[in-house]
Design a protein. Structure first.
Length: 160
């Protein structure tokens, strides 16, 4: 089986997701006093990240196996990686670990807006930054509604 950049990226993404989940476990118990706690949000994100990255990795391995069997020669089909492609997995890892570190001191809103915005920028560009900040704010507000209003989980605020 030929090893391509997608398999490497998805493996790094899965590894990062596992690391994020392990670090998120250290934020505290997700349940206390018969209710969800703020630490349940990062745990959920980590769980979904592990699940989706493993699905992507498995799909890519399957695709590569099928491509290998159809290739008659040993030529590799990978195109050269751009600088942005090479550093994207590391930028994602850095964003996730900074999010975990800043979640308690900065509170849910500011740390989450910065995190979502950074992930959007990693996969796109800085063009239309204001629009991307608005989208990040909407995503974070939706998360707030789900956890604070629906589940009754108090999320950390900037002021304490």
């Amino acid at each position: 089986m030929l090893l391509n950049k997608n398999i490497i990226f998805y493996f790094l993404l899965f590894f990062l997701s596992v690391g994020y989940f392990v670090v998120a476990i250290n934020l505290g118990a997700p349940f206390a006093n018969n209710g969800l706690q703020p630490s349940s949000f990062p745990l959920l994100i980590g769980l979904f990240a592990m699940m989706f990255s493993s699905i992507l990795l498995c799909r890519e391995v399957k695709l590569m196996k099928s491509m290998d069997s159809s290739l008659e020669d040993d030529t590799q089909i990978n195109s050269p990686l751009t600088v942005k492609d090479r550093f994207a997995p590391f930028a994602i890892m850095l964003s996730i670990f900074l999010y975990i570190l800043l979640f308690s001191p900065l509170g849910y809103f500011l740390s989450s807006i910065l995190f979502v915005f950074s992930i959007i920028i990693i996969f796109s560009s800085l063009e239309k930054a204001l629009q991307k900040i608005v989208i990040s704010t909407i995503i974070v507000a939706f998360g707030y509604l789900v956890f604070e209003q629906m589940f009754g989980v108090r999320l950390p605020a900037l002021w304490g």
